[in-house]
Unconditional design. Sequence first.
Lengths: 518, 290
Amino acid sequence: MSTGALSQIRSVSICGIDTEIVTVETDLTVGLPSFSIVGLPGSAVRESKERVHAAIVNSGYEFPLRRITVNLSPADLRKEGSHLDLPIAVGILMASVRSKEGAAFCPDTAYIGELSLDGALKRLELAAAMALGLQDAGIARIFLPAANLEDVANLPGLLFFPAETLRDIVSHVTGEFPLEAVRGRDKGAGVGRPDVPPTEDFLEVKGQEAVKRALLIAVAGRHDILLTGPPGVGKSMLARRVPGILPLLSDAESREVTRIHGIARTAEGHRGLIRERPYRAPHHSATQTAMIGGGYRLAPGEVSLAHHGVLFLDELPEFNRHTLEMLRQPLEDRFVDLSRASLKGRYPCDFLLICAMNPCPCGYFGDPAHFCTCTETARQRYRAKISGPFLDRIDIHVRMGAVRAEDLAPAASCACMSSGEMRRLTEKVCAAQAARAKPDFCWNGRLDGARGSEVCRPAPEALRLLDAAYTRYALSVRARMKLLRVARTIADIEGSEQIFESHMAEAIAYRVPFDLTD
Amino acid sequence: MMAHFDSFETGDTCYPALLTLIADPPRRLWYRGDLSVLSRPRVAIVGSRKSTDYGRWAAHTIAKRLSSSGVCVVSGMADGIDAAAHRGALAGGSPTIAVFGCGLDICFPKSNRELMKEIARRGLLLSEYEPGTRPAKYTFPRRNRIISGLSVATVVAEAGVSSGSLITAECALEQGREVYAVPGDINRIGSIGCNKLIADGARPLVFIDDILTDLGFLAPPAGNWPESLSGEEQRALAAVRQQGEIAYDRLARALGVSVGAAVSVATVLELKGVVHIAAGKVFCSAVPQR
């Protein structure tokens, strides 16, 4: 019989916003009793030595008096987190058992869990994200703390073995008391969404139908939008109601969003798969790191937390100018490459940008009822905070005016659209875009180049109108493409295959206004 | 290093004859730009610095109309109405004159630097103050007499109760020149000065072409108006005309169509040049026929 015994166990580690499969290799050899963990363990992993030792002994097993080496492979990747307690403990026990009878290595089974000193398994915060990462790597059987079952129970295609204690797992492995396997099932799919509460309904917003229409177009085709208007006309009120008209996430998007929010620990209130699109509204004091991502753990920023959802920037010019300029590249590429000394990562950030601002520092420039008290220089300085290239990346510009008293009357609100109607339209446009998905889904707002010209084919009269606008307003080629994209979405809302004159005319109304660029 | 500026004096051939007729003509005028501009007929357009979209629209439109008829627009290059008038004049194709309340080497206000360059290139900058003279409180009312003195008529596009443009109107009256005022909303404090001018006897500028007819400037036929309008477009235009300015929501209700359709028809009207869209509202911009 050989003097050494070896076991291998699968687990997982979080790396930036990605997950990486970790193999916990445990080797027991004859020698002076010692216990060492190698493979770049973080401080929580290094401390797990003490927890594992106590948990094994307190569960009534013998801690092998041998020279124990635990290697966390791949060895050059830094591992953080207490969830490696369980695989390390199981690895040690398996290796010591193996020296007698041998336990097979199961490459499709993983263990995650934090041990308490008495051998109980504690709830993990990142269980859902880890389970998704394991599944992506082809691992379908997961041992985890019973308290985490509700976090993962709606992830389809996975088999879970929830356990209360280390003993439960050992008795399962030995065949004494097999654990009950739970199959992940997506109960949320197919169930209709709850209705928007009346206080969050677009019906509440009076006299701003034109702006609601623009927001509908923005959401339906994912066109970034800027609302400019005096204080109190309802910019923030409108933006807050946008989540109610967003179409649901697709399965693949849902997995991605769940993973990002799981790792960033921003999924509060959510158990398991997140189906609703995220809505992020950072305050204008947000730092560059908070916005783009970074820090020592390379945490995702607001742009990535808004991935597949909405990023709302209220009081746009109050944001630090550099922070705004840093948004330019993510707005173009839809991902950010973060790079720090120890970590690197590509973070996705495909979001719908909604911005709101006043036309000038006092807020009343162009308002008939108030006098703007700003000097021309102050106004120019205010507008200059938003650079031309940034404005150029925004598809829809809306100038909001004050609401007149008669528009608030009940008689005026009969033509008012509710969130329900608006959501039906956004879902319809989503379906139209999915029908054109060759080879993959592309929002109208992201159409460009050859694909853009193929999908956005205007009728002859619409083209004539576009050319007239191109000359009249001295538009750039990029701006022309933007008009075509917006017109495509308007045609989709109206249920038209082709882009007609009226669709094009409406799109032209949403171009960059003269008073933002002069 | 100080830039060199030329000047001319009373008695020089280039000194505008109209200016010699006022009570205290400036003895010397510094200039930058093209002096041949002074051979054109001139009309002053002035108004408040604090202005509304309506006032700037009016100044811009009147200036453009005059300029496209060959009239040179004179103003003070201040923020607001003055700047809008200069821009309108440049858009109309004829040169424009800006009269400064400081030395010509100083751009005041600074925000108009680009405009100043453009006027120097395509028009004329004038000042009675020596280069290097800083702007002061008293220099602006003084230069106003030159603005009105250079012009056969003065148009006040928009003025509040204490606007400096009222001083220009007063100068024009003392100099025996015609004064026009653009009527404004009687609820708006920014229009009180103009409306009071009308009450005191200034000519209300109700149709822009009036000023061309009154002063005998021959107007070439207006640009692309009227272009054939569809039934829907005509109804929309009628709704805009009735209100003067109208938000998309109200336009949609007036026409009984969806708000998307209203946005679309307004854009077509703007492309045809009969309305003007700003601050989320549709304004009437065509010169109505009498």
